[in-house]
Design a protein around this ligand. Structure first.
Ligand code: DX5
Ligand code: ZN
Length: 218
């Protein structure tokens, strides 16, 4: 069986204490870093300078989720700065295969993200150049929203293609993952679970990570 991986989202952390907040999730597999530009999504978070500062102190590799326009311009810089994975949105890319190549050339894994309403079928042809598929299970922009279970159809399709050997992808889900929703996502075939409020909203984030991992493995 697959080993479930957990990526806490720093979006739900206390931004005034970022170093401490990375240390509180030291048992995580990746630390999810949500970059928003107030154009691609109606919210603004942090960018490259903050990413570099967090990267320097984080015990966990960074998983950068770029919810921005013109990802071609910025994605390689996150890879060069040392991110483990850099994910761009299919809806924002003019040349997804080109961005994937640039991210990989700069030393990171390349991820493609799909908003809840974006069909997987429209982007199947480019996935051969990506390492990660991020299926959004809420509309991107904010933490703490409820899980949209319809997107699990995309997870199942991706899982089937990976298991058949047609693609090599880490299947990641992002949005509304918590104790009530993680089991259905695991059953559909997710490898990497992003969880913001469910981890940082807990008294002990590391314990919450262990509990989610256990639930996903069951
Ligand atoms: C939403 C972000 C998510 C968010 C998830 O646009 O991409 O990563 O932090 O937060 P929760 O787990 O609270 O839904
Ligand atoms: Zn995210």
């Amino acid at each position: 069986p697959r080993e479930p991986k957990i990526a806490p989202s720093l979006l739900s952390a206390d931004f005034a204490r970022l170093a401490d907040e990375t240390a509180r999730v030291a048992s995580a597999d990746w630390l999810h870093f949500d970059v928003m530009d107030a154009h691609f999504v109606p919210n603004l978070t942090f960018g490259l300078p903050v990413m570099k500062a967090v990267q320097a102190v984080s015990p966990v590799p960074l998983d950068c989720h770029l919810m921005i326009e013109d990802p071609e311009r910025w994605a390689p810089e996150y890879a060069e700065a040392g991110a483990r994975n850099v994910t761009v949105h299919a809806e924002a890319c003019t040349d997804p295969r080109g961005v994937a190549r640039d991210i990989r050339a700069a030393g990171a894994l390349a991820g493609l993200a799909l908003k809840p309403g974006t069909p997987l079928e429209d982007h199947l042809d480019v996935l051969v150049d990506f390492d990660t598929l991020l299926v959004m299970s809420v509309e991107p922009g904010f933490g703490g929203q409820s899980f949209i279970s319809d997107v699990l159809t995309k997870v199942r399709t991706a899982r089937r293609l990976v298991d058949a050997g047609d693609l090599t992808l880490i299947v990641e889900i992002d949005g509304g993952i918590n104790a009530d929703t993680i089991e259905q996502a695991a059953e559909a075939g997710v490898d990497m679970f992003v969880a913001g409020s469910a981890v940082y909203g807990a008294d002990d984030p590391d314990k919450a990570i262990a509990a989610l991992r256990e639930q996903a493995a069951a």
